[in-house]
Design a protein around this ligand. Structure first.
Ligand code: MN
Length: 244
């Protein structure tokens, strides 16, 4: 009797363990939204989380339009602008580093392509306001800005006061220090014509297309919501790579 009973129960439990294990590992490793088709050299990366997974902070519809229409548009237009030119053999970082020599189409769409790739990676459904105290970026922020909340205040101000469309950044500057900056349109700190140059670690998109459906004119509310979904593990990874 014990054996007859024990057998199926053990099998069910084993089954639950196996399916539990595999669902979790899929969640960690699988890309959840595949990238739109963008013929040409530069490809978008898949999105690591579903569109709705950043709610209530960033809504699914904004995420979908932003990723599938805006980002895909920049990528397609960049590919068209460089087609048949010497730029096809260069990395996006190389192109941005000498952007002052290029057309407005390459500047706007090359920036748009790079900036959004970074932006999606900077976000996570498992994100948090602050980096974990054990992360190097946490110590570096404290050293550069005094404490996390002084950093947050300065970053928020840069994002809120950028006139019109653009981005705010946490960068590792040319002297190897953390700094905050903002850029108009799709410019970024890798561009040779940027006011403050450096390697981007964290970016917030403050174009209206990034928040208008949910927040309308309330950009400060969107910036505050962004601070619930920051992928600090990724910012830390970028910081360690940039420093070395
Ligand atoms: Mn955008």
């Amino acid at each position: 009797m014990k054996l007859l009973y024990g057998g199926p129960i053990m099998l069910i439990m084993l089954g639950m363990m196996i399916s539990g294990c595999c669902q979790n590992s899929n969640k960690e490793s699988a890309a959840l939204v595949s990238a739109p088709e963008t013929p040409g050299k530069f490809k978008m990366e898949p999105l690591d989380y579903p569109f709705a997974s950043l709610e209530p902070h960033i809504d699914a519809r904004t995420m979908q339009i932003h990723y599938e229409k805006h980002h895909a548009g920049y990528t397609k237009n960049l590919n068209n602008a460089i087609k048949g030119t010497a730029l096809e053999s260069k990395s996006i970082e190389e192109i941005l580093g000498e952007i002052s020599k290029q057309s407005a189409a390459v500047r706007n769409n090359g920036g748009g392509y790079y900036n959004h790739n970074l932006f999606w990676k900077n976000l996570s459904p498992n994100g948090s306001e602050k980096p974990g105290a054990n992360l190097e970026i946490s110590k570096a922020i404290d050293a550069a800005f005094g404490n996390f909340y002084k950093f947050k205040k300065e970053f928020t101000a840069a994002a809120a006061t950028r006139f019109g469309s653009g981005w705010a950044w946490l960068i590792l500057d040319e002297k190897g220090k953390l700094a905050i900056s903002s850029t108009p349109n799709q410019d970024n700190p890798l561009m040779d014509l940027a006011e403050k140059k450096g390697i981007p670690l964290l970016a917030i998109d403050v174009w209206e297309h990034a928040y208008y459906l949910q927040y309308q004119n309330r950009r400060p509310d969107y910036i505050s919501a962004f601070f619930n979904v920051i992928n600090w593990e990724e910012v830390n990874r970028r910081y360690l790579t940039a420093k070395n």
